[in-house]
Write a protein that binds this ligand. Structure first.
Ligand code: SF4
Length: 298
């Protein structure tokens, strides 16, 4: 797992996930607290929107694992109800209201699926490597579809957040592009199509990559990974007190209100008010949208 670096010195292949690379891009301080600080600083309370997202993802994965005859719309709703994650909600009533919503959302989605259309993978871990990085990740669903008489893999990513998505979200997602490359490598079949399935709206946003666009995403991932690796090395070598912020600067923004480490970060606390654990849920009946620049993705 060692490669020759530019100076002819052995260099470790950098193991990463798309989530880790995105964390570095979003905020190097948050990256440090998430991946390097040991013990890690305690996070804030769980988020209700994460509970919603995980409950839905788990139910959909469980549905595909049922025997074909049991893959009914009602069964999908039952899986949501039984696996409901009850964390981060304001109270039992709000949790129950969202559980009901999630059941309806999943049942509506599943009603549009063919239960016999067996995916090539469900929550499948895939991996690939280049001369500098070893990237891996878990794909919500990997479909095998016929295209011009040949079978190709399609990366399906479930989304449960309140924001409407666009095709640009599918096109610009480095994570989806890396998943496509890794799926092709792992299953040895072509994979260039990626899809975001937004359950709240029922929309499917699709993008078909070319070899060139996949290569661009991969090159970007390698660049980001090189920055991470250099910062990790400095941390491992023992950063003198006070130099943490030079290598891992905070990147305060309006999104800091959603950061799990806000309580450990004065700059973030000055940039945005702390959010309540259930603030990432969309309003049940029309309340104002969140301010620009704040993102709650699930
Ligand atoms: S609060 Fe903001 S600046 Fe601070 S670690 Fe979190 S994301 Fe970074």
């Amino acid at each position: 797992m060692e490669q020759l670096g530019f100076e002819g010195m052995p260099r470790r292949l950098y193991p990463c996930t798309p989530t880790r690379l995105s964390a570095w891009l979003d905020c190097p301080r948050r990256y440090r607290m998430s991946y390097l600080d040991r013990p890690p600083p305690p996070k804030g309370p769980p988020w209700a929107h994460n509970s919603l997202g995980a409950s839905i993802h788990n139910a959909l994965a469980g549905w595909w694992r049922l025997p074909l005859a049991q893959r009914t719309v009602a069964a999908a709703g039952g899986l949501v109800g039984r696996g409901w994650i009850d964390e981060g909600f304001a109270d039992a009533a709000q949790s129950a209201q969202w559980r009901q919503r999630a059941v309806a959302m999943v049942q509506r989605y599943v009603a549009g699926l063919d239960p016999a259309d067996e995916p090539a993978g469900v929550e499948r871990t895939v991996a690939t490597r280049t001369p500098t990085i070893a990237v891996s990740g878990r794909i919500d669903r990997l479909d095998a579809r016929l295209n011009d008489g040949a079978t190709e893999l399609v990366v399906v990513d479930y989304k449960t957040g309140r924001h409407l998505l666009t095709v640009d979200d599918a096109r610009g997602s480095m994570a989806l592009a890396l998943y496509a490359l890794a799926a092709a490598q792992t299953l040895r079949r072509p994979c260039c199509r990626v899809e975001l399935h937004h359950l709240p709206s029922g929309e499917v946003l699709t993008w078909s990559h070319t070899d060139a666009s996949l290569a661009r995403h991969l090159a970007r991932a390698e660049d980001i990974a090189a920055e991470c690796a250099a910062a990790d090395d400095q941390m491992r070598a023992g950063l003198p007190a006070g130099r943490n912020d030079e290598v891992f600067p905070p990147r305060p923004s309006a999104a800091c209100g959603w950061c799990d480490y806000l309580r450990h970060c004065p700059e973030g606390a000055a940039a945005a008010p702390a959010r309540r654990p259930w603030d990432g849920l969309s309003p049940i009946s029309g309340s104002p949208a969140e301010p620009d620049g704040e993102a709650v993705r699930q």
